[in-house]
Design a protein around this ligand. Structure first.
Ligand code: NDP
Ligand code: BG6
Length: 514
């Protein structure tokens, strides 16, 4: 089924006929479940996009009754849903909400879960698809996968259209060897078409629109190459800190949390060759080809391609915030990075020599994610004499979030008798054109997994190619002086060294969002 439908022109009628499904969330008491997964399920139910027979099992170590978990889902909708709670709609789902308490390495708990799902099937009088959602810290992915295998849950209905599926959250592994090991374990229990390695950035409207922008418009492709593009910037800046996820974040850091996955997806979609079709395998093939063309990075601390940073205390929107090492739950001597900037070179015919700068950090000046494609300056000096200013470089800015849209920076003549040229902006804003209440990424992705469309998920080899690039960076930091950490003040745009990274190449970061 996955290869037949057009991923960007979603045919919702197919979802309306989706198979009866049980979703089992491992880590159901956690942050992601509360903030994203439950609200996504609620919004899908509001649009009648969940299967008619739909069941939800929370699984976790916490002792929780069915009623308590059900109550938790209501709180999560009230606090995090993009649309208000509709009690009537959610009450229908609540009838089928359950919770299974158990350790992730406790086989008996998995067997008990299996029995309960079997009882549901017996009562329905037919088989049902099971979708496992692994929403725990990566440290417990392995026991979960092993117990899904041993309990027979993974192999349930194998070989039939109702074969079990699994969604695995990022980060997929901690480095190349652990990603390989995870791929090995997961593929012992599930075939590749049953595995959905999620990267929620691929479910964002603006990220999907990147392919539409590039390949449904004829004006960009001829100039989307080294002849016309001077450099590209990809920024994912967050103003929040570790936000109650200290345990996870201090073990992870910005490179594992954002760069290896979300940022690489953005880069792939901006830079890959046109796929021969929108079938999932064709798009994934192009992404892998692109990742393989990225050159190994220069890991020198001074004058290299990578900058690692950690925030110190500062002001966010005027309010004082503590430094990373003073955050609750963070080791006061932590060397974990909260910021990474790097310069990549893609060695292929389209891009060789065009720097792709990427940066992502916590506690930066504001929350903004954007891709800026800077075109080479107009040749010649036609306006040099008359113009009072340097001509601005044409830049195409794709704003991923917030205030989603696209802006093109052009030069224009200021009305008047003199020839004065000034940069102006052509704006397209989603909210103005389409209204603002667009579905969240997780709605789209959960729905796709239910119907078996893997286009917007990551293939196993893609994770390994990406780690192949980043594992050496992690290793180099371990032996570097001060672990290669530069500091930056919370509320700034990152360490000074990140400005130098571009300055050495005669470029400068854009002030995002402007
Ligand atoms: P949490 O830290 O909230 O953990 C989720 C649940 O996992 C906890 O409620 C707990 O459940 C269980 N758990 C936590 N630590 C351990 C441990 N050391 N051993 C065993 N079980 C543990 O994580 P999140 O919900 O934030 O993230 C879950 C996954 O989703 C991660 O892989 C993360 O990278 C990914 N993700 C998170 C996002 C977010 O915004 N939160 C966004 C995108 C991806 P219990 O005690 O009940 O067993
Ligand atoms: C998650 C990271 O994957 O993405 C978080 O674990 C980060 O640290 C989040 O805050 C950002 O997602 P979004 O959709 O808010 O840009």
């Amino acid at each position: 089924m996955s290869d037949e439908k057009h991923p960007f022109l979603h045919d919702l009628s197919k979802h309306r006929g989706s198979p009866s499904t049980v979703i089992v969330i491992f880590g159901a008491s956690g942050d992601l479940t509360a903030r994203k997964l439950i609200p996504a399920l609620f919004n899908l139910s509001l649009d009648s996009l969940l299967p008619n027979d739909f069941y939800l099992f929370g699984f976790g170590r916490k002792t929780m009754s069915k009623e308590e978990f059900s109550e938790l889902t209501v709180t999560s909708i009230l606090e995090h849903s993009r649309r208000p709670l509709n009690q009537e709609v959610w009450a229908r789902i609540q009838q089928n909400i359950f919770f299974e308490t158990g350790d992730y390495d406790d086989l008996q708990a998995f067997k008990a879960l299996h029995n309960k799902i079997q009882t549901i099937e017996n009562n329905l009088g037919r088989n049902i698809q099971i979708l496992f959602y692994v929403s725990t810290p990566p440290s417990v992915f392995k026991p979960i996968l092993e117990n899904l295998g041993k309990s027979g849950l993974a192999s349930k209905h194998r070989g039939s259209p109702l074969a079990s599926k699994i969604i695995v959250e990022k980060p997929f592994g901690r480095d190349l060897s652990s990603a390989k090991e995870l791929n090995r374990i997961i593929s012992k229990e599930f075939t590749e078409d049953q595995i959905y390695r999620i990267d929620h950035y691929l479910g964002k409207e603006t990220v999907q629109d990147l392919l539409v922008l590039r390949f449904a418009n004829s004006i960009f492709e001829p100039i989307w190459n080294l002849k016309y593009v001077e450099y590209v910037e990809i920024t994912v800046a967050e103003d929040m800190g570790v936000a109650g996820r200290a345990g996870y974040y201090d073990q992870s850091g910005a490179l594992r949390d954002m760069i290896q996955n979300h940022m690489m997806q953005l880069l792939s979609l901006v830079a890959m060759e046109p796929p021969i079709s929108t079938k999932s395998e064709d798009i994934r093939d192009e992404k892998v080809k692109l990742l393989k063309a990225i050159q190994p990075l220069n890991l020198k601390l001074q004058g290299g391609d990578v900058v690692r940073g950690q925030y110190t205390e500062g002001l966010i929107h005027g309010d004082k915030v503590v430094g990373f090492r003073e955050e609750k739950g963070i080791n006061p001597h932590s060397w974990t990075e909260t910021y990474v900037a790097l310069c990549l070179n893609i060695n292929n015919w389209r891009w060789n020599g065009v720097p792709f700068y990427m940066r992502s950090g916590k506690r930066m000046a504001r929350r903004v994610s954007e891709i800026a494609v800077h075109f080479r300056p107009a040749p010649g000096s036609l306006f040099k004499e008359s113009n009072k200013f340097d001509l601005a470089q044409n830049t195409l800015v794709i704003q991923i979030q917030p205030d989603e849209g696209t802006t093109l920076l052009l030069n224009s003549k200021v009305p008047g008798l003199e020839t004065i040229i000034q940069p102006v902006k052509m704006h397209f804003r989603y909210a103005t054109t389409f209204g603002s209440n667009t579905p969240e990424a997780y709605e789209r992705l959960i729905l796709d997994a239910i119907i078996g469309d893997s286009t917007l998920f990551i293939r196993g080899d893609e994770t390994e190619v990406s780690w192949n690039l980043y594992s050496p960076i992690l290793e180099s930091w371990q032996s570097a002086k001060d672990h290669g950490i530069e500091t930056y003040t919370a509320g700034s745009w990152g360490p000074v060294a990140a400005d130098l990274l571009l300055a050495e190449r005669k470029h400068a970061w854009r002030k995002p969002g402007f």
